[in-house]
Design a protein around this ligand. Structure first.
Ligand SMILES: [Zn+2]
Length: 223
């Protein structure tokens, strides 16, 4: 299968929407952006002279990305959202102090606390719940750094309609390990070695997984 790139027109919209989403994130704050809905994003942009209303063309581009079938990019995961406007019920979430991230109450939060207890205080939440605008923003950033290669981006990050961060999963890493937590370096840490010994922990994107995503030893599957 050949890699698919954005058209020139799409790339133009990618630059515009990516920049607006980043400005919305700066306005609401890093943590809160993880929970924000698409409609809230539009309202914040519209009400801020520094951002400016999303145009019809920009919205159409984001809709296209969201409702696109990513099989053609080699991504085969299951859908975790139905509509671009799906929102997160904030009362179902809990803020994890010192991380800028949130987890869903119930199984995700319980598993995270069990991990902290069993692995020790050097393991930390590196990404929890991701709203649709948040995942959209990460996905567009990846297409941008991949120079418009949507297939390449889809191998390293789930498209916004398909992220399990929207419903349950979370990422962990070693404290102070920075970006190395999002690489196979993480597997060299004591924390990872202890993590995978736990019988209630499974890694969603294992080596050669059927979803077409790279090996992500940091991504914890919940349910
Ligand atoms: Zn993840």
């Amino acid at each position: 299968m050949q890699d698919i790139f954005t058209t020139q027109e799409e790339y133009g919209y990618l630059l515009l929407t990516r920049s607006k989403l980043a400005k919305v994130q700066r306005t609401v704050g890093y943590g809160k952006f993880n929970l924000i809905s698409f409609d809230e994003t539009l309202t914040i942009a519209k009400n801020s002279p520094k951002i400016g209303e999303f145009t019809n063309g920009e919205i159409a581009f984001l809709e296209k990305i969201f409702y696109d079938n990513p099989n053609k990019y080699g991504f085969y995961g299951i859908k975790t959202a139905e509509k671009l406007t799906d929102s997160i019920n904030k009362s179902d979430t809990i803020k994890i102090n010192g991380t800028g991230h949130y987890l869903f109450r119930g199984k995700s939060y319980e598993n995270y606390n069990r991990i902290l207890k069993d692995v020790g205080r050097d393991i930390v939440l590196t990404s929890g719940i991701r709203s649709i605008p948040k995942q959209m923003s990460l996905y567009l950033d990846k297409i941008y750094t991949s120079k418009g290669n949507i297939s390449e981006a889809s191998r390293v990050i789930a498209p916004p309609t398909y992220t399990h961060h929207a419903i349950s999963d979370f990422d962990v890493g070693k404290k102070g390990f920075g970006n190395k937590n999002f690489s196979t370096y993480f597997t060299t840490t004591e924390e990872f070695k202890n993590l995978i010994k736990l019988n209630y922990v499974s890694i969603r994107y294992t080596e050669n997984n059927k979803d077409g995503v790279i090996y992500e030893p940091w991504h914890i599957q919940v349910v």
